[in-house]
Every structure is written in structure tokens, then in C-alpha cells.
Design a protein around this ligand. Sequence first.
Ligand SMILES: [Zn+2]
Length: 128
Amino acid sequence: MEGSYRSPRALERSGQTLIGILVVLVIMMVGYSIFLGPRKNDKGEVKSAPKAAMDKSTDLECSTYLGQVRQAISMYGGGTDENERPASLADLGTSMQSVTKCPVGGEDYVYDSQTGKVHCPHPGHEEF
Ligand SMILES: [Zn+2]
């Protein structure tokens, strides 16, 4: 059994390697729980950090869409008459149809032709 004999030194070295691997694993787990683990947001919902970041970026997309729609409404009819508004968001033209829905929930934006105001009905997007 000479082939399987390992010197005390080699055993010690493999022990150190094992401890090294364990230390790395612990560091990774701590890092995961800090940066990627589930956490509560300001609404008390528990979600992982990547999910929360994704939601935030699609929220941003929604407010960008709304900004484009509002700009299109303000420029409707040449932008010379402030009271000239489209009767509906469909009147903004086919090029705007892709930005008249919430990118998160897919709900159509709510448009009031009387006031010219447009907002997103998706929960949490009312303030955009
Ligand atoms: Zn939205």
C-alpha cells in the first residue's frame, strides 16, 4: 500500500486546502445574503436584490414611456395650441402605440382628453 501512503505533510496541505475551500464558501454565502439575498423593500415586500433591481429598471421604463406620451400629447397638432389635445392615445399615431402600455403590467395608460393628463394604472406607478 505504498502508493496510497500520504506523508503527514501532504495530509496537512490537503487539510489546509479544505479549510480554504470552506472559507471561500462561507465568504460567498455571506456575500450572497448581503448583496443578492431576499430583502424587504420600503413597501414591506420581500424580494431578492436582483429582482428588486429588475423591477426598478422596468419602473423607470414605465416613467420614460409616460414622459414620451406626455411629450407627444404636448406636441399634438403642432404644439401651437395648448388646448389642442388628441381625443385618445390612439390619435398620437401608430409610432406611439408601443409606449402607451405599461411595460410591467401591460395595462393601457389612462388618458383624460379633458385635462390632457396621462398616468399608469399599474399598482405603484400612479405617481409617475
Ligand atoms: Zn406602469
